[in-house]
Design a protein around this ligand. Structure first.
Ligand code: BGC
Length: 812
């Protein structure tokens, strides 16, 4: 069952009922100012950091779902309604929400009055624009009132929910004309305030929540709105809000626009005040002047669209499969950009007050957006590497505003160092920019111990070399990619954090998965050494990788039909036949094989066959089987979840593409695509009533076979699934992969995929690649012709400065 449809021409998902199974959201903002916006106008806004500089307040996990947003109320006679249905939930005559690329549109109508909202964050300013268009579609004149409403957050979203003894006394506002200024804490250490304004004279306003809503009412029935007249309240402490009233008359057929701007304004320390305790509004006024007419808003919207057109033209496919085209050309890349901006901080499942940027998360996200914004990827790599410790280990997270490592969680996640190699290698393969390796980068943000980035990568590599356990496998530390496999934690008390309790490392617990990563990224490190002419170091790295490969393929890493997952702190196998529960895990099967481990010995194929036999379901591949039914103190959080959820046998979408990539490595295009298809939103759209999360983007987890709600998605948007799936479909299945020597074209597609074309911008060039294949062929390049010249192999040689490449590929 569907709750909307894809409009590919406009790059929009059109939601046709407000009653979606869960709030279906979108993100506005590309640079510094961001908003989350649901299909019923819920959500919130922040500047740079969802925790520290939150503009508007959101109520988590409240009922009805999705409480608080940027609401407009329309009151005509006794009828009170919202164009996005919430919060009044008055039945609408028509409703539509179009989530687009960086904007959302809403359209609601009631009794012949139509309200359209266009919401977006302009590229160059720190504000969100909501243009409300009211059209009288009835045959008679109409007089009605419009009310806007947002609730301010007192900046630090965490403190805002906890520190009431202070916060109920600090709220302050000013109102001038149609602009409401939220200036809490500006009198002391802040030099920023927020504004909410409309480009028309207002009839009235409110800034006190009690006055606007009333202590015993709710946003569904605000007292002042019901009375038809806002009260002019000036908040003093308690909960400041911003509400405007506009009294409107429209002739039959007439239409009027109102432009609302929610903005963030900063003043230099010495320009904070206009007069005693009166804030300097110059910058706010200048900002508002930029968006006070339709023409200016249209221009800003066109500029935003142009920006996205540019980004999304970097990789496009034309195939006979609409769903693949749609995901590759639009939604998958869009989600990659959202993960670039948000990491795992702010979604409807991530509160924005917990985790900042993840070290491993951000490095992996980069794999999905590096081709879109290489300059910002470069900056990101330097930021991430700056939080590394001198021994090569790394803070697991850092705060986006300060860019400092987060000492609450600390380090000890032993896969982290290798992801830095993954991200840097991807960046250099994409751009050819070797200078990044010479950039001086601090350790733990201490400039006095800065070293070139290449030295950071060496320390990443050596961290694994120097931290091996009894089987010569990498020690796992607090966890590897799977944050919930906590083999040194041994927590027995509720409330102890599985990720930080116990020692950060034990001498016994090992990870086969990190071994697979070491092969993959150790070789990428060796390639970088080659390019820098460090032959000895390259040879040393390759020798270490070969050692690891041997261990992985020996009884230490191989369980007979699949790769072992790990060894616990007693030296017992995790993910082996001898285990009663958790006999097979997905991670090492995917990662070892995608790293090429076992391809020659046949173990790769066997491991993937075991995945299909033991872990596959109609909704995707589960992370492990059999699920843990009891809590295992020696395994940690993984066994804390009820069977079928999250890391305990859920379908963790992030590692499904690893298996799909692994299948392409051994040439099985049909199976690779089957794995791709099962978690692909364009396919699961059809079962939205089961899947429930947004059908245009990936979610982190789909409940596994053991769960009561098998097939139900959770934790949408902020997941490494976006990046890995894009890597999978664009670089492995469609097969256009950046190498240091040039673009490689080596697709691995389903037998019946047909011919297809890829247009790829790579460094200074645009590559028009057309791929032909006979039915039945899944992999292999028989012929590669570049601008009429036959080329051996499957790499299009990179020619510096050349801008156009016509490429013909025949598979076979
Ligand atoms: C975390 C990742 C982790 C994954 C698996 C996610 O919530 O952000 O860092 O790899 O869970 O445990």
């Amino acid at each position: 069952m569907k709750f909307g449809y894809f409009d590919d021409a406009n790059r929009e998902y059109v939601i046709t009922t407000p009653r979606t199974p869960l709030p279906w959201i979108n993100y506005l903002g590309c640079n510094e100012f961001f908003s989350l916006i649901s299909n019923t106008c819920g959500g919130y806004s922040f500047y740079k950091d969802a925790k520290l500089l939150r503009l508007t307040r959101y109520r988590y996990n409240d009922m009805p779902l999705d409480c608080n947003g940027k609401y407009f109320y329309i009151k005509e006679g006794d009828t009170l309604w919202n164009p996005g249905w919430k919060p009044t939930q008055t039945e609408l005559d028509s409703y539509e929400c179009r989530h687009g690329i960086g904007y959302s549109k809403f359209s609601g109508s009631k009794n012949g009055l139509k309200a359209d909202i266009l919401s977006f964050v302009p590229l160059k300013d720190t504000c969100e624009i909501s243009r409300l268009t009211l059209t009288n579609e009835s045959g008679a004149d109409k007089t009605f009132s419009v009310f806007s409403y947002v609730e301010w957050c007192l900046w630090n979203a965490d403190d805002d929910m906890k520190n009431f003894q202070r916060n109920f006394s600090t709220g302050e506002v000013e109102v001038v004309g149609s602009t409401i200024y939220h200036k809490t804490e500006y009198r002391e250490r802040r030099n920023h305030y927020a504004i909410y304004s409309v480009n028309a004279p207002i009839t009235a306003f409110d800034t006190s929540r009690d006055a606007f809503i009333g202590a015993y009412h709710s946003p569904a029935n605000p007292e002042a709105v019901l009375a038809g007249k806002l009260t002019g309240s000036i908040a003093s402490g308690w909960s400041p809000v911003a509400a405007h009233q506009l009294d409107v008359t429209l002739k039959a057929g007439e239409s009027k626009d109102f432009i609302f701007v929610l903005g963030y304004v900063e003043n230099p320390e010495d320009e904070k005040w206009e007069s005693h305790q009166v804030i300097n509004k110059t910058r706010a006024i200048a900002l508002l002047a930029k968006y006070d007419t339709d023409a200016k808003v249209d221009a800003a919207f066109a500029e935003l669209k142009e920006y996205w057109n540019g980004l999304l033209s970097k990789y496009t496919v034309e195939s006979s499969n609409d769903k693949v085209n749609r995901m590759v050309n639009i939604w998958n890349q869009y989600q990659c950009m959202v993960t670039f901006n948000m990491s795992r901080s702010a979604s409807y499942y991530e509160s924005g007050i917990g985790r900042g940027m993840g070290f491993r998360d951000s490095c992996q996200d980069l794999l999905g957006f590096v081709h879109l914004i290489p300059d910002r990827a470069r900056e990101r790599i330097i930021d991430i590497a700056s939080t590394q410790f001198q021994d090569g280990s790394a803070y697991h997270q850092y705060q986006p505003l300060t860019k400092k490592g987060n000492s609450d969680i600390g380090s000890g996640f032993n896969d982290d160092p290798l992801w830095l190699i993954a991200g840097t290698s991807a960046y250099i393969r994409e751009t050819g920019d070797m200078t990044i390796l010479d950039e001086m980068v601090p350790f733990d943000n201490d400039e006095s111990v800065a070293q070139p980035l290449m030295e950071h990568l060496k320390r990443s590599f050596d961290y694994i070399v120097n931290h091996k356990g009894p089987h010569k496998l990498p020690l796992i530390g607090r966890a590897d990619w799977n944050d919930c496999l906590n083999l040194n934690c041994h927590s027995t008390q509720p409330g102890e954090s599985f990720q930080t309790f116990g020692p950060s490392e034990g001498p016994v617990a090992e990870s086969v998965f990190i071994g697979g990563m070491f092969v993959k990224y150790g070789l990428e490190y060796a390639e970088l050494c080659d390019l820098q002419g460090k032959d000895q170091e390259a040879a040393r790295a390759r020798a270490e990788v070969e050692e690891m490969r041997k261990v992985l393929l020996s009884d230490a890493g191989w369980d007979g039909d699949w790769f072992v997952r790990a060894y616990d702190s007693y030296g017992n196998k995790v993910g082996g036949k001898e285990c009663e529960e958790g006999q097979i895990y997905i991670e090492p099967q995917g990662f070892c094989v995608l790293a090429g481990v076992g391809v020659e010995t046949g173990q790769a194929q066997k491991a993937l066959d075991s995945v299909k036999e033991r872990l596959d379901t109609q909704y995707g591949i589960m992370i492990l089987q059999p699920a843990y039914t009891v809590y295992h103190e020696e395994l940690g959080e993984v066994s804390s979840y009820p069977p079928g959820y999250k890391e305990n046998a859920g379908i963790f979408c992030h590692n499904n593409p690893w298996v799909s990539i692994a299948e392409t490595v051994i040439g099985r295009g049909d199976r690779a695509f089957e794995v791709y298809r099962k978690t692909c939103p364009a396919y699961t759209e059809e079962i939205s009533e089961i899947h429930r999360t947004e059908p245009y983007i990936y979610c982190q987890m789909v409940a596994g076979r053991d769960a009561k709600f098998h097939g139900e998605g959770k934790n949408s948007w902020l997941t490494g699934t976006a990046a890995w799936t894009f890597v999978n479909i664009s670089q492995y299945i469609l097969g256009v992969y950046p190498t240091h020597q040039g673009l490689s074209v080596d697709p691995c597609v389903p037998s019946d995929f047909g011919d297809f074309k890829v247009t790829r911008k790579f460094r200074e060039g645009t590559y028009h690649i057309s791929i032909r294949k006979a039915d039945g062929i899944q992999k292999g390049v028989k012929e590669l012709v570049v601008d009429g010249q036959k080329v051996d192999g499957h790499i299009i040689p990179y020619v510096k400065g050349k801008t156009e490449y016509q490429v013909e590929v025949v598979m076979g």
